[in-house]
Design a protein around this ligand. Sequence first.
Ligand SMILES: [Fe+2]
Ligand SMILES: [Fe+2]
Length: 217
Amino acid sequence: MTTSIKPQPDSTYALAMGQLLVLYTQVDQFIMEACADRLNRAPDLASKMGLAKQVGDECRHVAIQREWMVQFGVDQSAVIADAALAELHVHFHRLDWIDFLTELYLVIEALGSQAVEQIVPLADPGTRQSLQVPLQDELDHVAFGLSELEKALAKLSHEERQWRLKQIPERINALVAWLDGQRLPIAGWFEDVGSNYPRLCELLRMRRDEMLVALAA
Ligand SMILES: [Fe+2]
Ligand SMILES: [Fe+2]
């Protein structure tokens, strides 16, 4: 069976999967730092505890991915530039709680982990194994973020809640546009690991719309 053969490190597949793993690990580290930065400003003990747990989870994900990338022979040079990540940290630091939850959980966690899930069935056994624990935890993170967002929206007056709900798609689009502006060849990486990128984008749009409908209910 060809599936049991470890991919050659210089194959198109291995190079693309390596870049996706570097990207995923950089994003997890970013989330770990953004949650830690937000910890003492979270509105109550439950939200602080959720963020603290997540800092630990993301730390574990970074360690798992880094260890797997060494075994897989991945060039771990950053794919998102340090300056861009610093800019993103400043942006997240300034967001109020509702915008922070929207951008971190609806975009980075929910849509990001959906994208990673799409490549699991296409991945080699080692990569698939390395993604198992992280993806399981991401489900908890998305659930935490969405419930915190519902809780925060429920505290607002009817008018303010409606106004905030109207802003959410714009916030999602602005962050997605910023990510697009980094000009990473993500579409090519997904295609090179065997994914259908237009189909993936369609799935992400459907997931975004489902979350927006659930929030507005
Ligand atoms: Fe993670
Ligand atoms: Fe996460």
